[in-house]
Design a protein around this ligand. Structure first.
Ligand code: NAD
Length: 308
């Protein structure tokens, strides 16, 4: 089962599983996605979609031996527009997904986030770092929901012996993102392809690591197949400034867009880069697609996407 299976990462994960002949139930309430994102998966006999809000108990018909819990708004634009829904997806939604895993004796994989590290004071971020999060700022609805989800997942492991794992996913990008979801790469690509100004927040010297979605999906599957509880960082350790990402996108799209600097975002992390030693050691996983190649593939998809 993949909760949030109609979303950007979820749909890629479903496809990877189906390609491996694994039956998949995607559960999603389509809060930040559309059923169209599943069209290409319907040709697989092993695929089933259940429209359901995970903050409500899971339908009894849903059985699984692995539960990937991805259901949550994830882009800042979405979670700032859906603050209470985001908190509930992280709390009630995670509890319902954990209950299903407990009943079915399934392995449970939580899609957590690098945002649990907040604006980090340690660099690069290792799993042992507890983070520097503003608990009451606007982004806290997402960050604290994920931190609570991690706490709940750990409690289910200790209290009920559920076979749980936590993946801390760093910025992921690729085909299938919505142009207007507010995240950096689709926003820059959309602007570059329209020759509109590429708007970089703050000084542009803040750093990000960007991981191609196929690599992220492979990392989640590797974690499901391992017996490690995590948390495990899943991300690309190449650190780029936001200005460098903007320049690369401008270059590879051949765009005439100027790069413009706009106001910084509240509590925007200044440095982001995963230490992925643990994922290399216990999962034998590391990203395979470098940023040049990944951005080129994503730009090619955006060129063909209906909004362009
Ligand atoms: P997305 O918004 O594209 O997908 C999230 C999906 O969850 C959507 O299809 C949405 O409709 C669904 N959803 C939300 N609330 C729900 C609810 N109550 N019931 C059922 N479905 C619900 O986001 P994404 O980028 O695919 O992210 C997927 C997961 O990975 C999220 O949990 C996110 O926090 C995590 N993550 C993503 C990134 C990234 O860079 N994409 C980074 C870190 C963590």
């Amino acid at each position: 089962m993949v909760t949030g299976g109609a979303g950007f990462v979820g749909a890629h994960l479903c496809e990877l599983l189906l390609e491996e002949d694994i039956e998949v139930i995607a559960v999603d309430n389509l809060a930040t996605s559309s059923a169209d994102s599943l069209d290409h998966l319907r040709r697989y006999a092993g695929f089933r979609f259940v429209r359901h809000d995970v903050t409500q108990p899971m339908p009894p018909s849903c059985e699984a031996d692995v539960v990937f819990h991805l259901a949550s708004a994830a882009s800042p634009r979405d979670y700032l527009a859906l603050p209470l829904e985001t908190l509930r997806a992280g709390s009630h939604g995670t509890e319902n997904a954990l209950e299903l895993a407990r009943r079915a004796r399934a392995r449970f994989v939580l899609a957590s986030t690098s945002e649990v590290y907040g604006d980090p004071l340690e660099h690069p971020q290792q799993e042992g770092y507890w983070g520097n999060v503003n608990p009451i700022g606007p982004r806290s609805v997402y960050d604290e929901a994920k931190r609570y989800a991690e706490a709940l997942t750990s409690a289910y492991r200790r209290e009920f012996g559920v076979d749980t794992a936590i993946a801390r996913i760093f910025n992921t990008y690729g085909p299938g993102m919505r142009a207007h979801d507010g995240r950096m790469i689709p926003a820059f690509l959309d602007q570059a392809l329209k020759n509109e100004p590429i708007t970089v927040t703050g000084t542009g010297e803040q750093t990000r690591s960007i991981c191609y979605v196929e690599d992220t999906a492979r990392g989640l599957l590797a974690l499901a197949r391992a017996d490690h509880p995590g948390p495990v960082n899943i991300g690309n350790p190449e650190e780029l400034t936001v200005r460098q990402v903007a320049e690369r996108i401008k270059h590879l799209t051949g765009s005439r867009s100027p790069i413009e600097y706009i106001d910084a975002v509240v509590d925007d992390p200044q440095r982001r880069c995963p230490d992925i030693s643990l994922a290399r050691d216990v999962l034998g996983w590391e990203p395979k697609v470098d940023s040049e190649d990944g951005l080129r593939r994503t730009a090619a998809w955006f060129r063909r996407a209906p909004s362009h």
